[in-house]
Write a protein that binds this ligand. Structure first.
Ligand SMILES: *[C@@H]1O[C@H](CO)[C@@H](O)[C@H](O)[C@H]1NC(C)=O
Ligand SMILES: *[C@@H]1O[C@H](CO)[C@@H](O)[C@H](O)[C@H]1NC(C)=O
Ligand SMILES: *[C@@H]1O[C@H](CO)[C@@H](O)[C@H](O)[C@H]1NC(C)=O
Ligand SMILES: *[C@@H]1O[C@H](CO)[C@@H](O)[C@H](O)[C@H]1NC(C)=O
Length: 392
């Protein structure tokens, strides 16, 4: 006799399966929570996380120059700094000089990582006192770490390394790798951070990555994250679309044809400050790991995003390419303007401290510039920049 399943039976089965799924999901969540909250002294290996090692697995910096290149014509025609870059381009990872494997234990909502160099001690000091302060906002924990290489000149290496080590002894917030801090090596800083993050931070929700000479409003980052119901693959910043590689040799961002021969770059966010979700950062590690290094770090990250087919989103509260064209403009000193921003490039430490105090005082602004919401982005872009008014 053939079994006949009527609609009611089907509905029952469906209900049963649904309930089972629901219970399984709850159980899984509880188990995961359990392991996350188990901080020291017991450190459980998270079994859900398969292949990633729990330690920095690079212990030797033994990487010699690729002298194969020197016989080639196009290589000989390169400027010295590009020669240097090409010779060591295949050296992908270096050991860590200062590491804090436990930085991400516990639940961190927002990890802020700041590109810095040994000599810029005063910038780090101000950041620790202002936007980089460790704090918990509405139960969400924020943590700040600084990303350093080795000082690029001999004298600085001798004098500053001990100071950096002492600074780290006091604050415990410096990650340092065994490569020279140079402009072209910023891409190494990017790939090393992504690898580090992938290794040690399986549960961080969001990452802000930026320079050590920017103003950041954590409050506005939170407001942005709360307000926008962004899907996954959040990557937002001061994005440029259709940028052309610069071919003028005098320019800091000059790139010879031999290194990049396409006419346009993929969309990328200015490295001064951008925001992404932790899951995307972990996926970016896999891509960055396999892509050939490119000497401009923010363009390199744009190339990685392109591989993942993620388009970075432009948001007007990120000002990493300078505020207004006119350096003397009053806007550069306008606290109400800063109050409505997420990142502003670039400030001296004393100016950052001053602006931070102004913005966090009982500042009354005539209007809050409505640029914080992604939904309104298009509207804002169409409007000419509204100028906020500072009422002293
Ligand atoms: C570094 O490389 C050189 C030559 O390639 C080799 O002789 C030496 O043993 C290596 N040192 C380490 C520590 O791996
Ligand atoms: C240089 O060339 C040799 C021989 O072709 C090759 O084995 C080696 O891997 C090359 N070195 C690099 C760094 O690409
Ligand atoms: C990057 O750092 C490595 C390791 O210190 C060094 O050998 C290389 O010359 C640096 N590259 C540039 C372009 O400065
Ligand atoms: C551009 O560069 C790629 C990779 O380096 C190379 O394969 C290609 O032939 C180049 N195209 C032109 C037009 O030079």
């Amino acid at each position: 006799m053939a079994m006949k399943i009527n609609n009611r039976d089907r509905w029952r089965v469906y209900k049963k399966v649904s309930v089972m799924f629901f219970l399984a999901a709850v159980a899984l969540t509880v188990v995961q929570r359990g392991t996350i909250n188990m901080g020291a002294p017991f450190e459980l290996q998270r079994s859900t996380d398969n292949s990633s090692p729990r330690t920095w697995d690079v212990t030797s910096s033994n990487c010699s120059a690729n002298l194969n290149l020197t016989s080639q014509d196009w290589f000989q025609s390169l400027e010295d700094n590009f020669k240097q870059f090409m010779l060591y381009r295949h050296c992908r990872y270096f050991p860590m000089l200062l590491n804090h494997p436990k930085s991400c234990t516990g639940e961190i909502y927002l990890l802020m990582v700041v590109k810095s160099v040994a000599t810029q001690h005063d910038r780090r000091e101000v950041i620790r006192k202002t936007w980089g302060k460790e704090q918990v906002v509405d139960g969400k924990r924020i943590k700040t770490l600084f990303l350093l290489g080795k000082p690029s000149n001999q004298a600085e290496r001798a004098n500053h390394q001990k100071l950096v080590e002492y600074e780290d002894y006091i604050y415990g917030d410096i990650l340092q790798w065994d490569f020279l801090d140079s402009f072209f090596n910023l891409t190494l800083k990017e790939t090393h951070f992504l690898k580090w993050f992938h290794t040690y931070c399986p549960s961080v929700r969001y990452v802000f990555k930026g320079d050590d000479d920017v103003f950041v409003s954590v409050e506005n980052i939170f407001e942005f994250l709360d307000s926008s119901n962004h899907e996954k693959n959040l990557f937002v910043g001061d994005v440029i679309f259709k940028a052309k590689p610069i071919r003028r040799k005098e320019n800091k961002y000059y790139i010879p044809q031999a290194l990049y021969n396409k006419t346009l770059y993929p969309p990328y966010a200015g490295g001064g400050g951008f925001l992404m979700d932790g899951t995307l950062a972990r996926r970016l590690h896999w891509v960055a790991d396999n892509l050939e290094l490119y000497p401009i770090d923010d363009v390199f990250l744009g190339m990685c995003l392109e591989v993942l087919q993620v388009t970075p989103v432009k948001h007007n509260a990120f000002k990493t390419f300078g505020l207004v064209k006119n350096k003397n403009s009053k806007l550069n000193r306008e606290p109400c303007f800063f109050k409505s921003m997420i990142v502003v490039h670039k400030l001296l430490p004393s100016d950052l401290m001053h602006m931070w105090n102004l913005v966090n005082s009982d500042l009354v602004c005539a209007q809050k510039v409505e640029i914080l919401y992604l939904q309104e982005m298009m509207k804002v872009r169409a409007m000419s920049q509204r100028v906020p008014v500072y009422l002293p």
